[in-house]
Design a protein around this ligand. Structure first.
Ligand SMILES: [Zn+2]
Length: 466
């Protein structure tokens, strides 16, 4: 089945057809690194990592680029406040970002470009836009002229006149039209700056993504993604810059994730009701936070509350417990061929349903309910009298692949309890006595995986945690 993606540009679900067969060029707008991230910033990280994981599951090779805005007004202000230099601040919060999202199971990006490492490409891009008549210099600043670009407003579905009526010229800005936006900002006294043909300064925010996408992914990319709040002006401006400069479609599919509300109120810094990802990670299992975020379709708003997190925890516990129980029951008797066929078919249908939900614009909410159905079936199977190794393995494999697509980390499963270890050792002794060495080895490997060391002594087998 072909994946379909809701494209903000056309406001329709479209079949995903990559530019290059088997490959995906994907760009996600990353954070401005001046503070720890709140859960509103963690949501796109988790959502688009899941998109990537699913595309990889479908066999695509995904080139995943996520940028860091490591120089900007907020970072400069923060550095001044703390009496540090800009690099000390941005390095610290890039590390913190990567630490937080990796706990949430987000895979490393293929590339994590930074503004300060892409300066030459950014300056060249701006120079080219001036040359082509889309941008102009004004007293050390450079501005882009949206009026010169036909199609401005197409992503946010607004006409240029509507957009113009909402725009203002701020004090100190040297632009000709309220809608013009800065590509380059001349340096203020004592501010961090780079040399350019227009004097010392630094880039505006939007140009970095156009320059980075081109550098790492080419002039036309497959998927461009980010939070819904980036649609306008950020992504609209990226389209204008890239398409004006390259004369080609910038991105074929635009994906945007919804907001996070806290106890039914919009999360915002001014309301003071924001939750830092870092603090949440101290109180909750990262798997639960991730599972909770994926329990709602990515385009819908998600309401955050401790109660909802608790219910996500209970649901995930049921799934993980069933998965572990499958692991503890690898063999018993073999069941009848008729049953074998029945269960294989049942599991395969669930697998197809899971894929159909993910194919449908990455509907993780529905895919998770298929995972719950699979869990129920696994429990029914385990409670039956006859079980076969191959059906247990198929349940395990299927459940594992669903959890891997959702990014739930099975490594962080709970440790084995003492009595579980002892009953496994007992089972291993029995297996050896009855010369079932396959099972005995399986148990030894399982315990080894859990870091349990076995010692054969004259008094029998002793164990300790490694
Ligand atoms: Zn961007």
């Amino acid at each position: 089945m072909v994946v379909s993606i809701y494209n903000t540009l056309t406001r329709e679900k479209e079949e995903f057809r990559p530019i290059e067969e088997g490959k995906v060029r994907m760009y996600v707008c990353g954070p401005t690194v001046y503070n720890y991230i709140h859960i509103g910033n963690a949501r796109p990280a988790v959502v688009f990592d899941t998109v990537r994981r699913y595309l990889e599951y479908k066999g695509y090779d995904v080139n995943y680029v996520l940028n860091f805005t490591d120089v900007d007004d907020k970072i400069i202000n923060r550095a001044n406040e703390l009496g540090e230099d800009v690099f000390a601040v941005s390095d610290r919060y890039i590390d913190a970002y990567l630490e937080d999202v990796s706990k949430l199971g987000v895979k490393k990006a293929t590339h994590n470009p930074r503004v300060t490492n892409t300066m030459q490409e950014i300056i060249a891009f701006i120079g080219s836009l001036i040359e082509k008549g889309y941008a102009y210099e004004a007293g050390g600043d450079v501005y882009f002229k949206p009026r010169a670009f036909e199609g401005y407003g197409k992503l946010s579905h607004q006409s240029i006149d509507e957009l113009r009526s909402g725009a203002r010229i701020q004090i100190g800005e040297k632009k000709e039209d309220p809608l013009d936006f800065a590509l380059w900002k001349g340096a203020k006294e004592g501010e961090i700056s780079w040399d350019s043909p227009w004097g010392k300064g630094r880039p505006g925010w939007h140009i970095e993504c156009s320059a980075m996408a081109k550098k790492y992914l080419g002039e036309t990319i497959d998927i461009h993604a980010g939070g819904q709040d980036l649609t306008f002006p950020h992504h609209e401006n990226e389209i204008a810059q890239s398409e004006a400069n390259n004369g080609k479609t910038f991105a074929n599919y635009w994906m945007h994730n919804g907001y996070i509300n806290i106890n039914n109120e919009k999360m915002s810094k001014s309301l003071g009701n924001f939750v830092l990802t870092r603090e949440l990670l101290e109180q909750h299992d990262p798997n639960v936070i991730r599972f909770f975020m994926l329990s709602v379709h990515y385009r819908n708003p998600i309401n955050f509350s401790e109660d909802l997190l608790e219910s996500a925890k209970n649901s995930l516990d049921r799934v993980i417990t069933a998965y572990q129980n499958l692991g503890h029951r690898k063999s018993s008797s073999t069941n009848l061929d008729k049953d074998q066929h029945h269960w294989t078919e049942k599991i395969n249908i669930l697998k197809q349903r899971f894929e159909a939900e993910m194919d449908d614009d990455f509907n993780t909410a529905n895919a998770i309910s298929v995972l719950f159905d699979l869990t129920k079936e696994a429990n029914v199977y385990l409670n039956g009298t006859h079980t076969s190794e191959s059906i247990i393995a198929l349940f395990q494999e299927t459940m594992k692949s669903f959890l891997e697509i959702l990014g739930v980390n099975l490594q962080s499963e709970k440790e084995l309890l003492d009595e579980e270890i002892e009953s496994l050792i007992e089972e291993r002794n029995e297996a050896r006595k009855s010369r079932n060495f396959t099972r005995a080895d399986e148990i030894r490997d399982l315990l080894k995986e859990k870091n349990i060391i076995l010692e054969d002594t004259a008094q029998g087998v002793r164990w300790k945690r490694g």
